[in-house]
Design a binder for this molecule. Structure first.
Ligand SMILES: [Zn+2]
Length: 196
């Protein structure tokens, strides 16, 4: 065993982060150990806490520390409308428009066969169950207007329509190839109103 075993392990661990190669991982590790040990402790503790506390909402699949998230628990929200988004950031983008008062289902990703992400990984079975609860009248597909987002919307639409559910898609006007998170509020609000 080398005398920098812990350091090597740390570098390997950092490399698990998306987009982090060996050089960036080394830079981060050196930085923390050389300049910011307090930050390193904080990082270690918050990771530990988050991993043990955060789980998926039983209803909408988003991250939460309880059994059901605050949005799903809010009685003022319209339970007849269910918007399907890719990420919590996309959900936040819709929320900022103030134009949607329904509930959400958060896929926590998108279908991506090439990366091995299939229906099960985006909680498809859970979404179908959720949308078939008898209260939901309309499912609004608000996945991103990227190739993968469109494919995801298409697959979900088929699955839900086969079960006799009403499915709409955010209107075009959100530029093709774009992620909701980066689209201005007015455009998203229009896309919501003009959904079909
Ligand atoms: Zn929820």
């Amino acid at each position: 065993m080398s005398d920098t075993h812990s350091l090597d392990t740390l570098v390997q661990a950092l490399r698990r982060l998306p987009g982090v190669g060996v050089r960036s991982a080394q830079r981060m590790a050196f930085h923390l150990l050389q300049h910011d040990r307090e930050g390193a402790q904080l990082l270690a503790r918050s990771l530990q806490d988050a991993v043990s506390q955060v789980r998926h909402c039983a209803l909408c699949h988003t991250f939460t520390e309880g059994e059901v998230c605050a949005t799903c628990q809010d009685p003022r929200r319209d339970a007849s409308k269910l918007a399907v988004v890719e990420t919590p950031a996309d959900q936040a983008a819709l929320e900022r428009t103030g134009a949607f008062k329904g509930r959400y289902f958060v896929l926590m990703g998108k279908l991506s066969p090439l990366d091995g992400v299939g229906p099960r990984d985006i909680g498809m079975h859970k979404l179908i169950e959720r949308a078939s609860d008898g209260t939901v009248q309309e499912v609004i597909l608000a996945t991103n207007f990227t190739a993968e987002g469109e494919t995801t919307a298409h697959v979900i639409a088929q699955a839900l329509k086969n079960r006799g559910l009403t499915v709409t898609r955010l209107a075009r006007g959100v530029p093709a190839g774009s992620e909701l998170e980066y689209v201005d509020l007015g455009t998203i609000a229009h896309a919501l109103v003009d959904r079909r």
